[in-house]
Design a protein around this ligand. Structure first.
Ligand code: SAM
Ligand code: SF4
Length: 313
């Protein structure tokens, strides 16, 4: 579907829960409030939605959350997406992948983005407020072993800035691309003191390595990739704050309760729940949401309250 700024919107990020077993400092407060289970889209509602998205010619679905692997019917959700789209990808903190990756792969999972902000147990615990680094590493190992396409996502902030080279060298060792995400001011706890820009990050990386721009896309997202020559490693930057990529935006986000967010940077959404059983009305609402996509975000200027885990990160 083409929006009013001539962008082709064909990519859906579907959140299946807003809950999480971690409490990353940039995403959730410890006592975050979650949707009631009866507010979440049911399997039947997810199936109607997925069918309609396919009819509207969306090309790819990424499951996200909250932590999508917490949903006990995640394999059933996978089966639904596989039925209509053939395959799908997932963004996860990785902590339950060791248990789920095989079943997910058998039911259409093709690629996995695993969030990994630290390789140091204490620092990992400080950032995520959970002592689960080992579980994440085990999940990552399993995903690689199963032959899934894997990428690492690292939100860069003051707390892990001193781990840049450890993270890069780890990614190189396991031969997996790593993307550094600029911290975005989402949610009430944002602290701008923690922000590190892409340019600052790159200048540090360049003290040790040569970054060669890769003029090709690896995946469907907004990451711009470089090759670290000495390591033969692909490294990406997702820098919404300092390298705006809104003109290339190709996605909509659907929250776990069926609210559709035209843009992650605005607390504006359209509910799908009241029309979820009526395919024609559902299509109209989705088309409306695509038409409401703003030209660009103003995260540097406006106050954004709804955190990532509630919209579908
Ligand atoms: N729980 C899963 C995970 O962490 O990968 C999926 C949901 S999470 C909300 C999706 C992505 O959003 C993660 O890579 C996370 O690091 C990123 N994220 C969350 N809040 C963010 C923020 N304020 N700024 C930048 N990235 C953020
Ligand atoms: Fe959970 Fe992902 Fe948010 Fe971390 S970023 S608290 S893992 S939803």
């Amino acid at each position: 579907m083409v929006d009013k700024y001539k962008r082709n919107i064909d990519y859906v990020r579907l959140s299946v829960t807003d809950k999480c077993n971690f409490r990353c400092n940039y995403c959730m407060i410890e006592n975050a409030e979650f949707m009631n289970d009866n507010e979440l889209l049911t399997l039947k509602q997810i199936e109607t939605l997925i069918k309609v998205l396919k009819d509207l010619k969306f090309k790819h679905v990424r499951i996200t959350g909250g932590e999508p692997t917490l949903r006990t019917d995640i394999i059933e959700i996978a089966k639904i997406i596989k039925k209509y789209f053939g395959n799908f990808s997932i963004t996860t903190n990785g902590s339950l992948l060791d248990l789920l990756a095989k079943d997910l792969k058998e039911n259409g999972l093709s690629s996995v983005n695993i969030s990994l902000d630290s390789l140091n147990r204490d620092n990992f615990r400080k950032i995520t407020r959970r002592d689960d680094l080992d579980k994440v590493l085990k999940g990552l190992e399993k995903a690689i072993k199963l032959g899934l396409k894997v990428k690492l996502n690292t939100v860069i902030q003051k707390a892990n800035f001193n781990e840049i080279f450890d993270l890069i060298e780890f990614a190189s060792k396991i031969n997996v691309a790593i993307r550094f995400i600029e911290l975005m001011p989402l949610g009430e706890k944002y602290n701008k003191e923690n922000f590190i820009s892409e340019d600052k990050l790159k200048s540090i990386i360049k003290e040790k390595y040569t970054l060669v721009p890769l003029n090709k896309k690896l995946g469907l997202g907004p990451s711009r990739y470089f090759l670290i020559k000495e390591l033969n490693l692909n490294i990406g930057f997702i820098s919404a704050m300092t390298h705006n990529f809104c003109s290339l935006c190709n996605k909509i986000r659907i929250a776990a309760n069926g609210s559709i967010f035209p843009c992650l940077a605005f607390d504006y959404y359209i509910s799908l729940k009241d029309v979820i059983n009526d395919e024609d009305k559902l299509k109209e609402r989705i088309i409306l949401a695509v038409n409401k996509k703003p030209e660009k975000h103003f995260l540097n200027k406006i106050k954004k309250v709804i955190p990532m885990h509630k919209m579908g990160g």
